[in-house]
Write a protein that binds this ligand. Structure first.
Ligand SMILES: NC(=O)c1ccc[n+]([C@@H]2O[C@H](COP(=O)([O-])OP(=O)(O)OC[C@H]3O[C@@H](n4cnc5c(N)ncnc54)[C@H](OP(=O)(O)O)[C@@H]3O)[C@@H](O)[C@H]2O)c1
Length: 293
């Protein structure tokens, strides 16, 4: 790739990475993607495996990278728990090593983080509140954040709550079941503060334009329980409300560390520094219903 001012997406097969690549390209930006799927390599899709420590340390990108988005991660909470050593290698050690490598070349690095760096005991955590993760995924993200922030002004941390596209398998399944007059069992004690994927991508794109260092939090304006979402969807599609049979997450065998009481984050900096306001949480659900019904 001969161009300069290239935008690099590390982990371009992630749901956010894919949408981001499409958005940046549609804006005319030169985009370089990394993947670990060898069968999909092209000149603008190159191989990078975040388990390969030595390769990451010595990696020489084939273009001058203006901004790099670090989207690749072990994102399954269960997987992080089960294999904390290997997931930490990807989510912490090699992510930091890659960021260090890129920063030494003058690249601005955007790291995608999560509300799970907090324990969920209180709503609307401020960006500078001390982190207090309660599960391994959150601990790894918090650890990576700490080391990345210490690398200086070429690092931006974008903390997201739940990022939803229209094709969320759980909600698609619910709609299918309701259509077939079958019951669904949403959690009544699990919450989310969703942000739409298109908005997450807006934020990431803007961060690179502004090269804004520090932490930016991106969150829906309120927490909503999964059973409220289920009732909302049921009403929107005109199905029978009695088909919604809420259950407690414990009944489904979920450990409390995966079920925070609150997930919202304070978004003052998003408004003040980026001039962006997260869309209403129900508009995210409307989008899902409209695309699937
Ligand atoms: N989605 C959300 O709601 C949300 C919320 C907060 C923060 N985030 C953060 O945003 C980022 C993207 O999230 P996402 O949900 O879009 O992710 P995702 O769809 O779960 O995808 C994760 C990607 O990481 C790649 N990956 C995993 N291990 C790798 C390795 N060793 N080397 C190279 N690539 C590897 C995977 O590659 P394969 O496709 O080949 O398996 C996959 O494409 C993550 O850092 C996540 O923690 C996401």
């Amino acid at each position: 790739m001969k161009q300069t001012n290239v935008l690099l997406i590390v982990g371009a097969d992630s749901s956010i990475g894919q949408a981001l690549a499409a958005r940046l390209r549609s804006g005319g930006k030169p985009v370089l993607e990394t993947t670990r799927r060898r069968e999909t390599l092209t000149e603008t899709r190159i191989f990078l495996d975040l388990t390969q420590e030595k390769e990451i340390e010595n990696w020489n990108p084939p273009a001058q990278i203006e901004t790099a988005y670090l989207c690749a991660a072990v994102t399954s909470l269960a997987q992080c728990n089960q294999d904390s050593m290997q997931s930490a290698e990807v989510n912490v050690r090699n992510t930091i090593s890659l960021a260090r490598n890129l920063i030494s070349r003058g690249t601005f690095v955007v790291f995608l983080s999560t509300n799970q760096v907090y324990d969920g005991s209180i709503p609307f955590r401020k960006a500078d509140d001390r982190v207090c993760p309660q599960n391994e995924y959150g601990r790894q993200k918090a650890e990576a954040e700490k080391h990345l922030l210490a690398l200086g002004n070429l690092v931006s941390i974008a903390r997201f709550t739940k990022v939803l596209n229209h094709n969320v398998p759980l909600f698609q399944r619910w709609i299918q079941e309701l259509r077939n007059n079958r019951p669904i069992h949403p959690f009544l004690d699990m919450v989310m503060a969703p942000v739409p994927l298109f908005f997450a991508v807006d934020v990431l794109s803007r961060l690179a334009e502004l090269r804004l260092p520090g932490i930016i939090q991106v969150s829906g304006e309120q927490d909503i329980t999964y059973d409220r979402v289920a009732y909302y969807i049921t009403r929107q599609i005109g199905a029978n409300l009695e088909l919604v049979k809420p259950i407690k997450s414990k009944e489904a065998g979920l450990h409390p560390e995966f079920v925070p009481l609150h997930t919202t984050l304070d978004t003052t900096q998003l408004r003040v520094q980026l001039g962006l306001e997260t869309p209403n949480v129900w508009s995210v659900i409307d989008l899902i219903v409209s695309k699937n019904y």
